[in-house]
Design a protein around this ligand. Structure first.
Ligand code: HEC
Length: 257
């Protein structure tokens, strides 16, 4: 008989009822843990860019940090609209970079240079909801009220998670998930499924896990690695979920003779 571990002769289905019940509990516990991790991920990351849902930008913020320029600033800096007077452009940019965006928007003391008036005079012919000029930009990007303006006015700077948090998180995840994946992989080897499937899933889970953990660290310096974290994390989660399902089926399908 071959002694390769992938040829484990033990089949979980042949274990006693108590062991199968116990392992079922373990498999379900891992599944619950996996589900909770997914919820935690969404909850923890989604609000970094103030948009619902987890975006790549949220994750870039967490693992690398991001600087975004407010759309109003980029529009003005690229010379939009061409008709705007140079001094008015400077006044608007100064306001957007002043840290007093809310306070000064309609600050009466600023007189003619108050942003509200400048925007009304220079932008609303195109950027109001009923504007006839501007190819309908006013309906998509209105600038009529402060509610509209503030969505485009703030530049953001998101710092990545502090180093000590990353260290603590790596320590917890690497040890706990490493141990969990070893258990799941070994259980998977003791199932009836084709060995290519068992070996393949074990390989994907292990590689996904280590690539994810390394990605956290590398992405701190290289933002291009954030998608690697996403791909590795998804690979890990999916191969783990599938392994758990296959182990569950092994435990409760009729024994194969
Ligand atoms: C003559 C019409 C017109 C005027 C006046 C105008 N815009 Fe625009 N604006 C447009 C059009 C058309 C676009 C979409 C094409 C583009 O981005 O250039 C646009 C795009 C923008 C965008 C980019 C929106 C996005 O998708 O992020 C911003 C910000 C903006 N305008 C701000 C302003 C501000 C501030 C003013 C006044 C100082 C202004 N615009 C005046 C027509 C106008």
């Amino acid at each position: 008989m071959s002694t390769r571990v992938s040829d484990f002769s033990l089949r979980l289905r042949d274990l006693g009822l108590g062991a199968r019940v116990g392992l079922t509990g373990v498999v379900l516990a891992f599944t619950i843990g996996l589900g909770a991790s997914a919820m935690h991920l969404v909850d923890h990351h989604q609000n970094r860019d103030e948009q619902p849902g987890v975006s790549l930008e949220d994750l870039e913020g967490a693992y690398h940090g991001v600087e975004t320029t407010a759309p109003l600033v980029s529009a003005l800096e690229r010379g939009h609209p061409e008709t705007l007077q140079q001094n008015e452009r400077q006044l608007l940019l100064k306001w957007l970079k002043s840290g007093r965006i809310v306070e000064d928007y309609d600050n009466f003391d600023l007189g003619d240079s108050a942003p509200e008036g400048l925007l009304r005079a220079s932008c609303l012919e195109c950027h109001s909801r009923n504007a006839t000029k501007g190819d309908g930009i006013g309906a998509k990007v209105p600038l009529e009220y402060f509610e509209d303006v503030k969505k485009l006015a703030f530049s953001k700077s998101v710092a990545p998670v502090p180093m000590r948090v990353l260290v603590a998180s790596t320590h917890a995840h690497a040890l706990a998930l490493g141990a969990m994946s070893a258990v799941i992989g070994l259980l998977l080897l003791a199932t009836r499924w084709p060995s290519a499937l068992r070996n393949g899933l074990f390989a994907l889970a292990g590689l996904g896990l280590v690539a994810d953990l390394l990605g956290w660290w590398i992405a701190r310096d290289f933002v291009a690695f954030v998608p690697v974290i996403v791909a590795a994390g998804a690979t890990y989660a999916l191969s783990t979920a599938l392994s758990l399902a296959l182990i569950f089926l092994e435990l409760w399908l009729p024994p194969r003779r």
